[in-house]
Design a binder for this molecule. Sequence first.
Ligand SMILES: Cc1ncc(COP(=O)(O)O)c(C=O)c1O
Length: 422
Amino acid sequence: MTSPQSPIRATYHERTEKSREAHAKARDLLPGGTSRQAGFWAPYPLTYASAKGAHLTDIDGNRYFDLINNYTAMVHGHSYPPIVEAVRKQSALGTGWAGSNLAQLELAEQITDRMSSLDQVRFTNSGTEAGALAFNIARKVTGRPKLLMARFGYHGSLMEFETGSFGHEGPVTLLATYNDLANFERVLAEHGDDIAAVFLEPVLGSGGVVTGEADFLKGVQRAAQKAGALFVLDEVLTLRFHYSGMQGALGLTPDLTMLGKLIGGGFPVGAVGGNREILKIFDPDDLKLFHTGTFNANPVTMVAGGISLAHTTKDVIARMDTQAATLRTALTEAAHELGLPFSTNHHASCLNLYFSDHPPQSSIVRKDTELIGRFHIAAMNRGLFIAPRGMIALSTIMTQDHISEITECAKMAIADVAAEAE
Ligand SMILES: Cc1ncc(COP(=O)(O)O)c(C=O)c1O
């Protein structure tokens, strides 16, 4: 966080007076002034008025390149015309009813065609709900009470998962170290009989874009299944990295897969997919697990998600990856030229920036809190919106010109940070 006298913070205050006022009112009406912890940062978050393509506009009229795209969910940027048109049409036809719709079949078909471990999909309204559902399925199938996840992994805003994302074990949450197969095997050997499911992200997203090594991921899958636990691969974020998710890229065969973000086309969504044998738990003729939700598979989300997924082709995924690599190189060179310690984690279209010589084990335990806080504000002053923790997620509609412009803005923001660090 920047000091009150900081020129970076003073500029932020000057540019964003209406957001400051809106936040003062929000503090009165919303606990903590927000509905979402990830949408808050000090001294106050921006209130946006609109978003289109690669840009956000705040209520003071400032324009920003959106470099986080609602934490990876807006894969095609904002107000993507094919989605806007489909949602407009669907809204006129009705937005929800307590029966089926064809759009959910089309989206489920697309997902199962892409991801071979999935025969069937059960839709929810968020990745968090997908995590809760996956855990419920695992408890019902195995009759066991606990879960094992990676320390600093993230599977949603549910107490059982949140405790692990901050690095603490809980009454039902056991932890092991990401990319340390022996540690996972040890916990499974000691507590296997209690563990219903092992949850794992193929790349730690919220933990700081940490790539899971293929041998580690395959080894945990093997050890989980050997211990009689379900292996739940959380692809809520990582489906954007590969046409058939990281499981397709690495040949993983999870028992259950969590999905979200990309498959909602910008609307609230989540899903759990798996094979028929496990998911027959929902068979109405022999119901073992009750699961419902007023907005599950609502047709608006389903049509938007169908377009979002169909337009996430191998070519656009490859283009985003190249753009992220270009940006990473440019930012690293700029920071080093200015004499700042700087490193990145990078996987496909996502980056996490660190003002330290090496990335930490997780962005939860970073030592550069002061500098990244300063850069986050400086970047907004220069017209770039990144996650407060330094995460960047590109979208498919960005052009090479955008990347060049973003690079120039980012260089100025890095220079602002360097000037204040002197
Ligand atoms: C890997 C992962 N799992 C689960 C979730 C939770 O999804 P949601 O925010 O839709 O509840 C997220 C959200 O960031 C995520 O990144």
